[in-house]
Write a new protein. Sequence first.
Length: 255
Amino acid sequence: MRKPLIAGNWKMNKTAAEAAAFGEEIRPLVADVEAVEMVICPPFTALHALGARLRGSRIGLGAQNMHEAPHGAYTGEVSAAMLKEAGCGYVILGHSERRRLMGETDEQVNAKVKAALAAGLRPIVCVGESLEQRRAGETEDVVVGQVRAALRDVPQDAAAGIVIAYEPVWAIGTGETPTPDDANQVAAVIRSTLAGLFGEEAAAQVRIQYGGSVNADNIASFAAQPHIDGALVGGASLAPDSFARIVRNTEAILA
Ligand code: 13P
């Protein structure tokens, strides 16, 4: 049985002071949640302040990116060990904004996944097709290619710690989404790709999230799908009440 994971990707939003205020507000709202795992991924500069407010709660901490090298002359970058020390359990890798705006390649995402796993961080690997690719009927090919490339040479015993976030690029921040059934079909293709790489048993343990315009009103329809195990949430994760409602509506479908 896979435990759903609701992860908030704050992107470049919230100062450390704003993150601390969120931390204080969210705690009582989800204090009794057990069946859903929760993670917030703030900007690097807010990790410490948010981590301090979340200590002792069931809400985990994650980062939005990292460099694949352990240390060195990489101005502006941070390593997996630095994130681990800052209290992160997860790191988002290969988000479409980084692929598109920062030119991140499949090869880099693969190197980051391996470095994250080696440091004991769980990667949330983002994959998803653009609108052009969807219109051209390439969705499955694109997603399968991204999954295979990101997980190249990842050992089978690391598979269960990996999370895949299926985020169609055209659904991010647009208010548009695929139908839940559509998203589930892509998640099923991702799972069979994982089975090809790691075997059925390991693939059955990997959590596959849906991401793209998720909110408290639509989360249940996605989370109820058999191959979808929670969500990676952008805009709707920024307000404590909204994030808490997404978590609660996910928990409700498990009951
Ligand atoms: P929105 O939820 O704001 O559409 O963003 C999705 C996303 O990119 C999460 O990583």
